[in-house]
Design a protein around this ligand. Structure first.
Ligand code: 13P
Ligand code: SF4
Length: 302
């Protein structure tokens, strides 16, 4: 099928199945064009908790579709490519977390939303890159075990110095590999551009930023600011909305390596097949849903 026909078929199936398409800001342009809701992890979680459609077709990675299911267990949640995972989320298991908790029985466990349902079920509260500082500030205890992203954890530790944050050694394979020399080079090439960086980058990269935020916060910052040039320090998928919202502004990707292969697995063809064949349906143990929901609900109340 050509692109136009595929899009028409997807639209028909959406009506027939009462489905909504939600997509993360890192999805390919073709998907961002047809999504009913586009956003960062927090915006998508909030949307999935409130939508009334019977089916949520999630264009993102596995932990995001799982979070949608935890927040809307009565709905059918579909992920078009079942092996679209997040390597960072796989860097912590529930079993390893249980062991670490025994070493720090006094600590409150904060899990980044980039984690499995089982890890969320072992955690006290969840956070995303857009609300991590507020989540940490909302906790009255001093000791916090932060999993799995050491870079987001380090950023939050710097911004909330009154807390004792124990870091897990996980990282995003896409953001973590950026090195300071390539950032300095691109800054030299565009000295009048503002540098907007995702907190999944290493601390030595984040400290060079003019603004640090989630994908949505980066898009909003560049859209609302009067500066005409930006170096973008997150996955290249955000360029779609940045350019759409700001056709007159210039955007430069901080590094050509800022591509998440997992986020690029979903396609129009796999969305079509997903809706047509109800695949791949996200299912989880009821107990895990109940426990994981507590940490997500606690976050959403903030
Ligand atoms: P946000 O869209 O919440 O900033 O998340 C980035 C990310 O890497 C998701 O996997
Ligand atoms: Fe995971 Fe990084 Fe890809 Fe986000 S960009 S899904 S954190 S690997």
């Amino acid at each position: 099928m050509d692109k136009k026909t595929l899009v028409e078929e997807i639209k028909k199936l959406k009506i027939e199945k009462d489905a909504v398409i939600v997509a993360h800001n890192y999805q390919i342009d073709d998907i961002q064009e047809i999504a009913d809701m586009l956003g960062d992890s927090l915006a998508l979680a909030r949307y999935c908790a409130s939508t009334t459609n019977k089916v949520i077709l999630f264009c993102g990675v596995h932990f995001m579709a799982e979070s949608a299911k935890i927040l809307s267990p009565e709905k059918t949640v579909l992920l078009p490519e079942i092996d679209a995972g997040c390597p960072m989320a796989d860097m912590v298991t529930a079993e390893a977390l249980r062991k670490k908790k025994q070493q720090h029985p006094e600590a409150i466990v904060v899990c980044y939303i980039n984690s499995s349902a089982e890890v969320k079920a072992e955690s006290d509260i969840c956070c995303t890159s857009s609300n991590a500082i507020d989540v940490i500030k909302s906790i009255k205890e001093k000791d916090i075990l932060f999993v799995p992203d050491q870079n987001l954890g380090s950023y939050v530790a710097k911004m909330v110095p009154e807390k004792n944050i124990i870091l897990w050694e996980g990282y995003c394979i896409t953001h973590h590999r950026i090195n300071p020399t390539e950032v300095d080079k691109i800054k030299e090439l565009h000295p009048d551009a503002l540098l907007l960086i995702h907190p999944e980058c290493k601390p030595e990269i984040v400290e060079k930023a003019d603004f640090v935020g989630s994908t949505k916060q980066i898009i909003d910052f560049a859209t609302e600011n009067s500066c005409q040039k930006y170096i973008i320090g997150t996955e290249m998928g955000v360029l779609y909305k940045l350019k759409k919202n700001n056709p007159q502004k210039q955007f430069y990707l901080m590094s050509p390596g800022l591509v998440c292969a997992n986020m690029k697995k979903n396609t129009l063809q796999s969305i079509y097949e997903s809706l047509r064949d109800n695949k791949y349906e996200i299912t989880m143990d009821d107990n895990i849903i109940r426990q994981a929901r507590k940490s997500l609900d606690r976050m959403l109340k903030i």
